[in-house]
Design a protein around this ligand. Structure first.
Ligand code: HEC
Length: 288
């Protein structure tokens, strides 16, 4: 996830740098994708909830109790330090937002795959204010002792990271809202819209995510231009432009002379008319 997250950030930066060469971005490019502002809500949940494979049952109020969150699969993790499951003071229970699998939700963070030392350092930085998350972690860390920080860090660091986020290249994505818990959901009204320059992450199963299912992951839709394939494509395009610079002036995809030999390319026999690029779009891959 760290690598994926870093890759997405790097990719997002490269999207900005190539944006000038892209067709005009559609509406919806305001930075709300990076700073989710709540702009909708899903109907309130009702009744006791259960999850596939779990013998437990919780009410929506219990599921959303940040001081005492659900533990759907208690047999599937090592006994957790008290603070993971029960909050005190301003230190809310870590397992609420970061889940009992440590994978977390997109609006918080995944804690698996880190060293205990890294996690402890973050807690110390949240506590001192060197790292800022005024909405949540600064207040939480204030009430976490060094000993507790060590215990929870060691527990989260020992969890095995899962394949949690599936990355899908897409031009068109479902319409979404940012609703309860600052989470992005599919808009109840349905419909689709251009992805623009956004990367958006939605639950693979909204109901399970709302129930804090520690096994139900997310889908990150990325614009084609932000994918690793696109970066290879652009690099290759740049190299081609260089090597043909003397004789070729056209630089756009679709121009036979520049796209000849590219990956994902269906070359045509006549110059000036190849269908190039993007033939492998829509491919999904998961992090490992
Ligand atoms: C109410 C929700 C909530 C609870 C409860 C919560 N966190 Fe967080 N946590 C967040 C959010 C949101 C972030 C992302 C902060 C940011 O990056 O600005 C975060 C980030 C973190 C990070 C940084 C991860 C990284 O990628 O660097 C650590 C470490 C962390 N939390 C540990 C904990 C621990 C330990 C507990 C329990 C004492 C806890 N959290 C409880 C919401 C929560």
């Amino acid at each position: 996830m760290r690598k994926l997250a870093l890759g997405i950030i790097v990719a997002a930066v490269s999207v900005l740098s190539i944006a000038a060469q892209q067709p005009a971005a559609p509406a919806g490019c305001e930075p709300s994708w990076a700073f989710p502002a709540i702009n909708g809500s899903l109907p309130a949940e009702e009744g006791p909830k259960s999850l596939p494979g779990s013998t437990k049952s919780y009410t929506p109020a219990q599921i959303d109790d940040l001081m005492n969150p659900p533990d759907w699969f208690p047999d599937e993790h090592a006994p957790a330090p008290a603070l993971v499951q029960k909050g005190h003071g301003t230190a809310m229970a870590c397992g609420a937002c970061h889940l009992m699998s440590g994978e977390g939700h997109p609006e918080s963070a995944g804690l698996t795959g880190f060293t205990a030392a890294y996690l402890m350092q973050q807690m110390a930085d949240f506590k001192s204010g060197a790292r800022k998350d005024a909405a949540r972690m600064n207040a939480i860390a204030k009430d976490v002792s060094d000993e507790e920080s060590k215990q929870v860090a060691e527990w989260f660091a020992a969890l095995k990271p899962a394949a949690w986020t599936k990355v899908v290249e897409a031009d068109t994505v479902p319409k979404t809202i940012v609703g309860q818990g600052r989470m992005r959901f599919l808009a109840p009204s349905g419909g689709t819209e251009p992805i623009g320059n956004r990367i958006i992450t939605v639950p693979q199963d909204q109901n399970r995510a709302r129930n804090r299912d520690p096994k139900s992951g997310f889908t990150a839709y990325v614009p084609w231009a932000a994918s690793p394939k696109a970066r290879r494509w652009w690099n290759q395009a740049a190299a081609e432009r260089r090597s043909h610079a003397a004789s070729v002036t056209a630089t756009r995809p679709g121009d036979w002379a520049t796209c000849r030999g590219w990956q994902d390319c269906t070359p045509s026999t006549s110059p000036g008319s190849c269908t190039c690029s993007r033939t492998a779009r829509g491919t999904a891959w998961t992090r490992s």
